[in-house]
Design a protein around this ligand. Sequence first.
Ligand SMILES: Nc1ncnc2c1ncn2[C@@H]1O[C@H](COP(=O)(O)OP(=O)(O)OP(=O)(O)O)[C@@H](O)[C@H]1O
Length: 752
Amino acid sequence: MQETVAAHAELGHEREYVAGLYRRLDELRAEKQEQLDRVRRSGAVGSMQNISERDAFATMYEDRLAQLNAVDDRLVFGRLDLDGGETRYIGRIGLSTADLQRLMVDWRAPEAGLFYQATAFERQGVRRRRHLVLKGREVKAIEDDVLDASMLDGSNNLQGEGALLAALNSKRTGQMSDIVGTIQAEQDRIIRSPMPGVLVVQGGPGTGKTAVALHRAAYLLYMHRERLKSAGVLLVGPSNSFMKYIERVLPSLGETGVVMSTLGRLMPGINAVPEADPAVAELKGRSAMAKVVARAVANRQRVPAGPRKLSVEGTTLTLTPKQVIRARDKARATGKPHNEARNTFVKILLRELTEQLTDVLNKSSGAGNNTDRAYLAEDVRTARDVRIALNLCWMPLTPEQLIGELLSKPAHLEAAAPALTAEERDLLLRTPDAPWTEADVALLDEAAELLGPFDASAGRDKAQREQERTRDVANAEQSLKNVDEMLKETGIDGIVSAEDLAAHNQAQEIRFTAAERAASDRTWAFGHIIVDEAQELSAMQWRLLMRRCPLKSFTIVGDIAQTSSAAGAQSWNQALEPFAKDRWRLEELTVNYRTPAQIAEAAVRVANAAGQVVSAPKAVREGKWAPVIDRIDDGALAERMLAAVPQELELLDGGLLAVIAAEHRVPELRKALAAVYGSRVGSGAGGLDQDITVIGPKEAKGLEFDGVLLLEPAEVLADAAGRVGDLYVAMTRPTQRLRLIAAGDVPAGIEG
Ligand SMILES: Nc1ncnc2c1ncn2[C@@H]1O[C@H](COP(=O)(O)OP(=O)(O)OP(=O)(O)O)[C@@H](O)[C@H]1O
């Protein structure tokens, strides 16, 4: 009784404190809103500098306001009671009173580290760690970890289901949530690890690698705000579904400055499809392809077989192979990319041809008659024959042209890839109109690097921008005319010029965040790159990413045992050696938070039986159910699935169910389910919050569901040419139940 009274009093106290925090949050919001309104009211007047200063303030207030709005849900989640009597509240952001009394510490601040690190064995000055469970803005429950035994005597020792277990047992929503309230010590160490260098985080399924990667992004942005604000952070994930699944985590942590992308979207303007054939993916991913692309570029710097006659204004000039070779070698020696080195090549030959023309004309018209050289140079430059000849030798190229022709013209491929076998070259060939694949993106990027900017298009852009400006000024003039009439009536005149107004529009255009600019610029140098499911990356994809971060500041998370791509890594050492030598540090995550022990163990047995050694993380909880296996007759797969789905949905009681099957079965199974369940059936990106999702094993990577119905597991294994990665991934997606339906063999190990 006494205990309940004490608990009640504690709850009352926390409610009051938390209400105070929300009051302060509301005050700050109102303040920022007022500041923003004031800046906006200051109008579109003044010099360019005034306008851009005003815009900078407006952006700052907008960002702060967006952050204050984003942290409303579970604003505060913890409290520390320290030796010496200090009490510290831990929340999503730091809050202070108007006279700078600290009310709450940002979870990323060094002072908050104890909340995640202190244990009963090493309490580091922490007497009690308290978790505050909020619903909306109200404290619903509190839960204490008492680390200082002497505190246990008191009657205000509260117990509850662990905050962690409560989070893990809750139903999935199809969207990952943040874990700020329950980050575990081994995860916290990684999140707070220093930024420089290459950090590899290896961990089995469900150990929180993705969660750690996202929280580390938020942590780095907090600790290195100035540097990363302008350079930006890039986060790379495996699929569009996965990006959708994680998209709310960073905003909920108040962070928007991260560019999130799949490997297929890392070339601005290209939205690549997955590479369907593993053999092709493996081939395109080999580091030797860098040489193939380099040779393909070199092959586009051609020397004619014999002398070439060129007509310039009725005079015939000769371009010899020797001249071309000399010009080519000098151009190459500049070390510039193809499109830029072309300027040197063209300049040299134009000069030589102009000299030739001058000589010929001087000779024909007798010595002493100096023809105007500038005039002749222009004749040579604009002569059709000369343009064609020089272009044939050294054409400006886009990456799409180069790789498109390389992969669709057997002769180009043979010349660029003599070391590949004829079968391998056949595998690489594609039709010219085939969509770009994820594996192509790395080749395109390699080409873009070697080709440099494409001049012709740059010229066009400039002309286009000029045209747009002229149009903007014209528009502004028109609107001013209307305003002028109005102003004249009120006796005010001439405040804004058309140029001012047009400049303002341009300034608006420039007001992109670093993240937005970075996403559209291939040559952007990021301050830090985080790669999730990094085991899937090919050598060529690593080259691409290394180029995006010249400082080589990386967080690389993944699980070698889950590698499914044929081009992916067999070991971290093999993947990283070419770029980081042995200068990378390894951290491991050892606890599986997602999958119940019985299911996790079955997955490990399957991997081991297939010869894959896996670091088996310790599951944090036992599940209610061991994996269930239904053996069926051939041909009855869809029917059996339809019978199983309602049973599973009932057991999951409102949870999410994923049907995972070999890729080729997905459309047919989805159709069968949609016929019964209609729009309740989702598919990958955008459909993950439906209660039934049908996906292939590759798309399932990184995702999780309450229950998984895995159809024909032997097929999943066979589709990956016997590599167990995909099956291992599929089996480790559920947080509650795994059921397999198999007409064929059941892969060894599942049954224990
Ligand atoms: N400290 C934590 N507190 C609460 N939930 C956690 C914690 N750590 C991990 N989780 C939860 O465990 C689940 C698995 O985490 P996550 O997806 O990050 O694992 P992963 O290692 O990336 O898995 P996989 O490699 O299998 O895709 C998620 O639901 C995540 O929210």
